[in-house]
Design a protein around this ligand. Structure first.
Ligand SMILES: [Fe+2]
Ligand SMILES: [Fe+2]
Length: 213
């Protein structure tokens, strides 16, 4: 699509345009694969929250408008790919339904819903003048943990299988403040947790790249 000078200027920023596309893709994947009781209510909750505009972090990966939804989709793509590896399927015999894969990936970071706020601070611009610049800050009104909180929110709307719950609970792997013995046990007992943890790192470190200032 092209615009001439006389066209009304589109008001959406590039991030907002990408966010709108991602929102559409997220909802499509969600509705196609997540069909159990309560799934529609959980989606309605997300649509009424800041899920589709929130960042994925304040300073690290996805720290821009729509970063959380983008990150969730990146984790979904990475997770589908990991679970399709012949070694994973044939040698380890790991297999999950499309619904479990979508639930684990799309909902693993629900803990970040209504979690980031925009604040401002004064910084010097190129001309050496101070000006107010927006930045993301954290305001957690439900301090229930990270993976724990995502499981808690999702479970308020629909039942998770044990594999899904453990996968979301332990998706930070050994980088969270966990007892390493519990993490190792969980990743071994519930391979969806291992795959989600790897997909989460792949998305954050390789698909999302350097943070935007
Ligand atoms: Fe996370
Ligand atoms: Fe994540």
């Amino acid at each position: 699509m092209s615009y001439s000078m006389s066209d009304p200027t589109p008001s959406l920023s590039p991030y907002a345009l990408q966010a709108a596309e991602n929102r559409q893709r997220f909802i499509e994947i969600y509705k196609t694969h997540i069909t159990r009781d309560g799934a529609d209510k959980l989606l309605a909750y997300l649509e009424n929250s800041d899920f589709f505009t929130a960042p994925a972090s304040t300073r690290y990966h996805g720290n821009y408008e729509g970063g959380l939804c983008q990150h969730s989709l990146n984790v979904y793509d990475a997770l589908v790919d990991i679970l399709n590896r012949p070694r994973v399927k044939e040698t380890y015999g790991i297999s999950y339904s499309d619904e479990s894969i979508a639930i684990a990936a799309l909902l693993h970071d629900l803990c970040k819903v209504n979690f980031y706020k925009v604040s401002t601070r004064n910084v010097k611009n190129e001309q050496g003048r101070w000006e107010a610049q927006p930045y993301y800050t954290i305001e957690d009104n439900l301090p229930y943990g990270h993976g724990e909180k995502s499981v808690y929110i999702a479970s308020g709307y629909m039942r998770l299988t044990r594999d899904e719950a453990f996968a979301i609970r332990y998706h930070m792997g050994f980088s969270g403040p966990e007892d390493p013995g519990n993490v190792g046990k969980a990743l071994e007992m519930f391979p969806l947790a291992w795959a989600l943890c790897v997909a989460d790192m792949e998305a954050a470190y390789f698909m999302e790249g350097s943070p935007k200032k």
